[in-house]
Design a binder for this molecule. Structure first.
Ligand SMILES: [Zn+2]
Length: 846
């Protein structure tokens, strides 16, 4: 079977000698590559990948003799075919090409990122982003993940610029007026991990981490924002080397902040690239969430140095495991780095976003067959990262952390420098634990959706009867899907003790024998299972009674989250959600609060008049006492999560609760923050900016835009920029939307801003009109992967008129690079509209 996206294996590379000369002002580059190859069978053609490159010269050398070739470029197939007059013999040869290309503005391949320096001069950085298949835009290569080779890279640059790549510099000398910077050979690795960056960058002194020099590079003037990222990188590298029981596979580690970046970050071996907000920060003036994002992302990328770079997927169907596992590891590292952040509790929020897509008929299996690399583009989504990480965590908790890690170590040791299929990982863990890991995981990986576990107790209270059904929001048909569900059951008994039971539910139902009659039961103990739970009325009553007693933070979170999901599915009335959450005014966990408030916010999107006032009053009576406990001012005893909780409560009371006193106080804090930023704690400042934006008139919007322009950290810029999405005044929203389409808002950020504006309660239609009118321009200017992210704003739309308009527009304007994701957004929008249809009238009746 021939796949047009797979290159012939007759000639394969093992080392690239690659030299590039970028011209930053002209936005062009010239390159040469000499590729040492092995010819496996006699052939007169050599086929490799190339696109958007001009090849000026090419030849093949065998035994010191140079052979001419003819070059044929096929832009559609993204291939370059070299044809010789005689067949190459089996054995070693060198394939040489001389080529030219453009430094593009599309944030992929070898591209231009720009920034304005302190003197107001525009400066250019030439940088790379190759995953999945854009290395071929920078140099001709065998651009498939299982064709690994070593890379010896040389960059010719202007005198005062920085040059970095995957390995350490071995020579830096001036030749003919240009600097020639040569890097050490890399380990054998995939082309999508190659990176080279040239530009006016500042660089920190290296920190030695067990023999690896670690540095951060950033645009000039931002070195003071690097120590936190360096500290995280140092911690992560040590943690990961220990976890995998293998030293870091590269020889140096540069973390590079790039002003224009289509993704969050990219795990190029030894040369990891980031959005500025995900690497640079002033920890004294950043929110816990902003800092946590940085730790997560650095840890994630560094986990890839082993899981991804050292052991790599055979083909792009394996992307999900690469990303899911790195996400799982990021959570472990962050949890170890700052235990007080309670990272696994916070992960509940991410798991909820995965549930929210996976409860749709338009969901997909985590892994699916991938023929073309483009098929895998849809894999970079919430199902890969968040659901993937959640099911890995579920497995780890079921097997035990030490047992699971033993399996991972075995896998890494067996496959280092190689390529694997997903099943290789399960087999290694199965071997290490003796559990049916492949069978369990196949049921989660190869079918979409997730179950809801029904739980009832038999009369004696000693036996639990559990069942499984697929959970969907719009359930119109029965579904026979079955999962192998690892259940961890925690229950209380009359003597006051707490016990645990484990079971694997593989059929439609199962009876679980308990050691003693239970007084209360949690079936998803510690909340790591990727399933919903529906308790019998009796059990549910017992659980709710325990909500502020025996239940852990994650378990309370799960109770609220599962209840809200059943409201969206229409099996529970919103009134019951309101009754449940009314019991949470004593709650002290910020993730639980966020989940409660997100549900209330969704109801607030469509209630009007008295019903809205009633909802606001409910928010005030729920949030008011909690904020009183937290206090408005920072306390000596506060931890990071206390700051975050205070900010969440202030935002809710002022915005959702429409509390006049809180609004006045927010206004004071906003003025204080603008006059003297360090005087307001960062989490509170971020909340205050959002509330102020929501209520803003022309002056406040001008202030916020001005602060966005002059932000002293990437986080501050972003905080002010994204707050503009909350503006309620339509005239002011017009200004925001206009701004979003100017070059002032980088194309890496504009789609997110516009997406949030579509979700704006008052101004969704205005934002949608912008999409309508500028669709072609947006597709031309914004990174390809960001278009569907922008459209994610439609998920929150409850207005049937706007929803119909959106359906009609999207039918005419498809997003071919993200068809499935778009279908998910549309179905989710229908869920929102359905919620309004059911609950709008009910809540108004009161
Ligand atoms: Zn990743």
């Amino acid at each position: 079977m021939s796949n047009p996206y797979r290159l012939p294996r007759t000639v394969l590379p093992h080392r690239y000698d690659l030299a590039l000369t970028p011209d930053l002002d002209a936005a062009t580059f010239a390159g040469s590559v000499d590729i040492a190859v092995q010819v496996a069978e006699p052939t007169a053609t050599v086929v490799l990948n190339a696109v958007d490159l001009d090849v000026d010269e090419a030849w093949v050398t065998v035994g010191g003799v140079q052979h001419d070739v003819t070059v044929a470029l096929d832009e559609t197939a993204e291939r370059c075919t070299l044809t010789l007059s005689d067949a190459l013999p089996v054995g070693a040869a060198v394939v040489s090409l001389r080529f030219r290309g453009l430094l593009n503005d599309k944030l992929r391949g070898f591209y231009r990122s720009t920034f304005t320096d302190d003197d107001g001069v525009e400066r250019v950085i030439a940088t790379t982003q190759f995953e999945a298949t854009d290395a071929r835009r920078a140099f001709p290569c065998w651009d498939e993940p299982d064709i690994k080779a070593q890379f010896g890279i040389t960059l010719f640059i202007e005198g005062d610029l920085q040059a970095v790549s995957n390995a350490a510099v071995v020579a830096d000398e001036v030749i003919d007026g240009r600097r020639r910077v040569r890097f050490k050979d890399t380990m054998s690795m995939s082309t999508y991990l190659v990176a080279f960056i040239v530009g006016p960058l500042d660089v920190t002194e290296p920190v030695d981490v067990d023999g690896t020099p670690v540095r951060v590079l950033c645009p000039p003037g931002r070195l003071h924002l690097t120590p936190f990222g360096l500290e995280v990188a140092e911690f992560s590298l040590r943690y990961l080397a220990d976890y995998f029981d293998l030293p870091y596979p590269g020889d140096s580690m540069d973390l590079v902040a790039i002003p224009d970046f289509a993704f969050g970050a990219m795990e190029n071996l030894g040369c990891v690239t980031f959005r500025e907000t995900l690497l640079l920060a002033d920890p004294d003036h950043a929110t816990q969430g902003e800092l946590q994002n940085i730790v997560d992302v650095i840890a994630h990328e560094l986990a890839h140095m082993w899981f991804g770079d050292l052991v790599t997927m055979k083909w792009w169907n394996g992307i999900w495991l690469n990303e899911a596992f790195a996400t799982f590891m990021e959570l472990k590292v962050t949890d170890a780095f700052r235990p007080e952040w309670e990272r696994w509790v916070g992960f509940g929020l991410a798991r909820s976003t995965a549930f929210d897509t996976d409860a749709l008929h338009a969901t997909r299996p985590i892994e699916y067959p991938v023929v073309s690399p483009a098929d895998a583009e849809g894999m970079f989504d919430v199902l890969t990262y968040e659901k993937g990480a959640a099911v890995v965590r579920m497995l780890e908790q079921y097997l035990g952390e030490d047992e699971f890690r033993a399996g991972i170590r075995k896998y890494m040791a067996n496959h280092q420098y190689g390529n694997t299929e997903t099943t290789d990982l399960w087999d290694a863990i199965e071997e290490a634990t003796g559990e049916p890991v492949r069978r369990i995981m196949d049921s989660w990986i190869f079918q979409g959706g997730h179950p809801i576990i029904g739980v009832a107790a038999h009369d004696d209270g000693r036996t639990l009867h559990v069942t499984q059904d697929r959970f969907t929001y719009l359930s119109d048909d029965l579904d026979a899907s079955r999962w192998s569900v690892p259940l961890i059951v925690r229950y209380g008994t009359a003597d006051g003790a707490t016990r645990t039971a484990r079971a694997l539910l593989e059929e439609e139902s199962l009876d679980i024998a308990l050691e003693a009659p239970a007084t209360w039961v949690v079936v998803n103990a510690d909340g790591h299972g990727f399933y919903r739970v529906r308790y019998s009325t009796d059990l549910r009553r017992g659980l709710v009674a325990q909500a502020q007693g025996e239940l852990s933070d994650v378990e309370r979170y799960g109770l609220v989250d599962d209840t809200w999901a059943s409201v969206l599915a229409g099996t529970t009335e919103a009134a019951e959600f309101l009754a449940l959450t009314a019991g949470f005014s004593g709650e002290d966990d910020v993730a639980v609060w966020r989940r409660i408030l997100a549900g209330l916010d969704q109801l607030d999107r469509f209630v009007e008049g008295e019903a809205r006032e009633a909802l606001q009053a409910r928010v005030r009576s729920l949030v008011g006492p909690a904020l009183e406990r937290s206090g408005w001012e920072v306390r000596e005893s506060d931890g990071d999560r206390d700051h975050e909780l205070r900010a969440v409560l202030i935002g809710a009371l002022a915005n959702l609760g429409a509390d006049p006193g809180a609004r006045a106080r927010v206004r004071e804090l906003f003025d204080r923050y603008v006059a003297d930023p360090p005087s307001v704690e960062a989490n509170v400042a971020a909340a205050v900016v959002r509330v102020t934006a929501a209520l803003a008139g022309p002056d406040e919007v001008s202030t916020i835009i001005d602060r966005f322009r002059r932000g002293s950290t990437p986080q501050e810029e972003q905080r002010f920029l994204y707050a503009l999405a909350d503006v309620r005044d339509p005239e002011q929203m017009k200004r925001v939307l206009e701004l979003a389409m100017t070059p002032e808002v980088r194309t890496q950020n504009a789609p997110f801003l516009i997406g949030s504006c579509i979700a704006n309660r008052e101004n969704g239609p205005l934002a949608w009109k912008l999409v309508h009118e500028h669709w072609d321009e947006m597709n031309e200017r914004f990174p390809s992967n960001s278009i569907v992210r922008m459209l994610s704003g439609i998920r929150a739309v409850t207005d049937p008129v706007l929803a119909a308009d959106i359906e009609a527009f999207v039918a005419e304007h498809p997003v071919p690079q993200a068809k499935q994701t778009l279908q998910q957004h549309l179905e989710r929008m229908r869920v929102s509209v359905g919620l309004r249809e059911r609950e709008g009238a009910r809540l108004t009746r009161g």
